[in-house]
Write a protein that binds this ligand. Structure first.
Ligand SMILES: [Fe+2]
Length: 316
């Protein structure tokens, strides 16, 4: 690729669906160093892309300086009333791709009002889509093959947190919204290998890469850079504390339960629960075991209240 110009990746699913209306040209990498521009002209750019894709060219890019207008374009698209009328499958695939766009923006450009607003819209729309689904397990089964593991996980965790919030007396629509935003942003700079690392972590901080270990602090810093307050202090705190544990055996800081907020405690318990639920493939026969494992792990201070909310929601 050219040295002077910087490019950001566009998910092919979005080009295929909306490329005709993109307010910019796109670029294809057709060799190790060769990149070509596809302009809107006589031929629809999605048709041109299809021809290249048939030859094995998959990755599509936009110029970095045009990526913000792409994010605005996608925001308008998912806010459009026709989006609400499209099929559930269509909506989920687009939201998953938009999440990839927000990640690309955070990683390549950093935080901007466009990427924050896009993350907010993805969170909001994903919740709306979930509310139309009577069964989270069926939803997960249906989309896990077509969506990124990360997006599906985030949506499932969002569902768990919102359900737990129904049983917390200090909950409100605004607190729910903040929790969901924290889910969307907390791992936004991580790559698949970091998730693998964290999943297989042996409990020794020395065995985590710098990125995996410090991402809660790095994301929180990005969101507060240059005295900007892109998100509320509660969202920052959840992000900072999402890998901490009540006994101080989490990371990056090893914060103990007295310093972990009620909202973070809900988030942490919901996170561990969601992992277990997905690991046992939503086998509800495992219910007792999952609940007792969680009770054994989270029994102090604010964590007890979070487990109570989980019990009310899941244990019945
Ligand atoms: Fe994380």
């Amino acid at each position: 690729m050219s040295e002077e110009r910087k490019y950001c990746k566009i998910p092919p699913a979005l080009l295929e669906k909306y490329g005709k209306k993109f307010p910019f040209d796109v670029f294809l990498k057709i060799g190790p160093t060769k990149i070509i521009k596809i302009s809107h002209g006589d031929e629809d750019i999605t048709e041109t892309y299809k021809r290249y894709r048939a030859k094995g060219v998959e990755d599509v890019y936009a110029l970095e300086e045009e990526f913000k207008s792409f994010m605005n374009f996608m925001r308008k698209t998912i806010q459009n009333k026709f989006f609400d009328e499209s099929t559930i499958d269509g909506k989920v695939v687009v939201l998953d791709s938009c999440y990839a766009v927000a990640k690309e923006a955070f990683q390549k450009i950093g935080v901007s009002s466009e990427s924050i607003s896009l993350a907010q819209d993805i969170a909001k729309k994903s919740m709306e889509v979930l509310q139309e689904q009577p069964n989270i397990f069926k939803f997960f089964e249906k989309f896990k093959e077509n969506c990124s593991e990360e997006y599906m996980y985030n949506v499932t965790l969002t569902f768990t947190i919102s359900s737990m919030m129904e049983f917390v007396d200090w909950s409100s629509a605004s607190i729910k919204e903040k929790s969901i935003m924290a889910v969307m942003l907390r791992d936004i700079i991580l790559l698949p290998e970091h998730f693998e690392e964290i999943k297989n972590w042996d409990g020794d901080k020395k065995n985590l890469s710098k990125m995996a270990l410090n991402h809660p602090i790095l994301v929180a810093e990005m969101l507060q850079e240059d005295n900007n307050n892109w998100v509320s202090p509660e969202v920052i705190q959840i992000i900072e504390q999402h890998h901490e544990r009540p006994q101080g055996i989490g990371f990056p800081l090893g914060t103990k339960h007295m310093q972990i907020s009620q909202l973070s405690a809900i988030h942490i318990v919901a996170d561990v629960f969601t992992h277990k639920l997905i690991d046992c493939e939503f086998n509800f026969k495992e219910k007792e075991k999952i609940i007792s494992d969680i009770q054994g792990q989270f029994y102090v201070g604010t964590f007890r209240k979070a487990v109570d909310a989980l019990n009310d929601m899941f244990g019945g």
